[in-house]
Ligand binder design. Structure first.
Ligand code: GLV
Length: 450
């Protein structure tokens, strides 16, 4: 779609800069401490957008003045990331981009994809690629295997925030999972005509100490038409994100955690809180166990997806508790640093669930930036991937249109990766197309002859 012999020299140079490199996390932390390589490969960690504070846009305190950009020059997710970084305030950018502690897992989530090699097969009819995926025993379906991950406070990225993201998801015929920590009320997000008519939305839930309030959230989500509950299971506390501490992260004036306002008020917390950590500490129930899913099961008929599973043992527990799906996730590397990367964790989890004939659908998030990453995740047993930060970068750059463009890029890259690998449908994805780190083609070949 975007490539071709007649590209300008400028575009060629731009795309060369975007060739993905192994990301090395420097020992000393400096802004922008993110695993996603800065625009040039020379000095990633010293990149600072020009005149950050001088460029603050007066009418929208979350945004910097936008430079005119030619959207055609934004060819991939990294281009959107670079542009978003130059657009967002440090408060917002760092909140979205950062991981926990030294951000080693943040880097590894992406790096491990690069360590997995593709083994393409040739002379296969790839004139039609079926990118559709059906979920939960054919009760839901998406046009391509990319779902929008729950990310908090999207109105820091764009004034339209979650409303824009939901419209983009519906127009691309995929699912958006809305965060409990959204800056727009859940009913407003799903009740937009474009979304209500064609969209499929999931709702991400934190089980709070206040069970009555949690129950109200679940009932509101179900009544307004959300089609699954994605329960976060890896956040008894928020992880240690040092840039948020340095920035004294706060939700900008005029924005609020719209679904939690009653709860925040009841518990005496302000809406301009730097108090996300505070809220978590006080309100998230750190005593939760797998048995608490029985309580949830008792108050909803929606499918339950456990998000934050990273070991085969926990995947089996989720299955035993009747989860319709799991998201293999380390919370975008924002919780426990040095936790295993998600794509490295995926094969054992797929194997474990297959060995007990589980029908639990497997999803994976974390570090997906290219169509080849999506393909690798599917070959390792995922039904679909969830993407969070790439969507925020699209939203920051160009609202609904930016999210559509990022999703379209991923879809087209995935289609191309399938074609070039000799895969003409998502159901054909398998381990046969992969060489895992440490394996050799010779060993794989010999094993296949046993
Ligand atoms: C919320 O879920 C966060 O990771 O900040």
């Amino acid at each position: 779609m975007y490539g071709g012999g007649s590209q300008s020299r400028a575009r060629d140079q731009k795309s060369k800069k975007n060739v993905r490199k192994q990301v090395v996390t420097p020992p000393v932390k400096r802004f922008p401490m993110t695993n996603e390589a800065a625009p040039t490969s020379t000095k990633p960690s010293s990149f600072v957008p020009p005149n950050r504070d001088a460029l603050l846009n007066a009418h929208h305190p979350n945004m910097r003045k936008k430079k005119e950009i030619d959207p055609k020059m934004l060819l991939n997710v990294q281009d959107y990331h670079n542009q978003a970084r130059a657009t967002l305030t440090r408060n917002a950018y760092d909140y979205y981009a950062s991981g926990a502690d030294d951000q080693l897992t943040l880097a590894e989530n992406q790096n491990y994809y690069a360590k997995i090699k593709l083994l393409p097969k040739v002379f296969i009819d790839v004139s039609n690629i079926n990118t559709k995926v059906s979920l939960f025993n054919n009760t839901q379906s998406i046009d391509f295997p990319v779902i929008i991950a729950p990310t908090a406070m999207q109105r820091m990225a764009h004034a339209d925030g979650e409303l824009a993201t939901a419209r983009a998801a519906a127009s691309l015929k995929t699912i958006m999972c809305t965060s409990t920590l959204s800056t727009t009320k859940l009913e407003e997000i799903i009740n937009q005509p474009e979304v209500a008519d064609t969209g499929c939305m999931w709702y991400q839930l934190y089980i709070l100490k206040d069970r009555d309030f949690t129950k109200t959230l679940v009932q509101r989500a179900e009544a307004s038409g959300f089609k699954a509950l994605v329960v976060t299971v890896d956040a008894p506390r928020l992880g240690n994100r040092e840039s948020d501490h340095r920035n004294k992260f706060s939700l900008p004036d005029g924005l609020s955690l719209a679904n939690l306002m009653d709860d925040l008020k009841k518990n005496g917390e302000g809406q301009t809180t730097s108090a996300l950590n505070h809220y978590f500490k006080n309100q998230i129930d750190a005593s939760l166990t797998w048995d608490d899913l029985d309580w949830l099961r008792g108050i909803t008929s929606l499918p339950i997806i456990a998000k934050g599973v990273i070991t085969p043992e926990d995947a089996i527990k989720a299955h035993e508790k009747g989860c319709a799906g799991i998201v293999v996730s380390n919370h975008g590397a924002r919780q426990l640093d040095t936790a295993i990367s998600t794509i490295e964790a995926l094969p054992a989890i797929s194997h474990a669930l297959k060995s007990i004939n589980s029908t639990c659908d497997i999803f994976v998030d974390g570090g997906i930036r290219r169509g080849t990453d999506i393909l690798k995740a599917l070959c390792l047993g995922a039904k679909a991937v969830l993407v969070g930060r790439p969507v925020l970068w699209g939203l920051a750059v160009n609202g609904e249109q930016g999210v559509k463009e990022v999703l379209t890029i991923l879809k087209k890259e995935f289609e191309l990766a399938c074609m070039l690998c000799g895969i003409n449908g998502t159901e054909k994805c398998s381990n046969d197309f992969l060489l895992m780190p440490g394996d050799t083609v010779m060993d794989k070949w010999l094993r296949s002859k046993l």
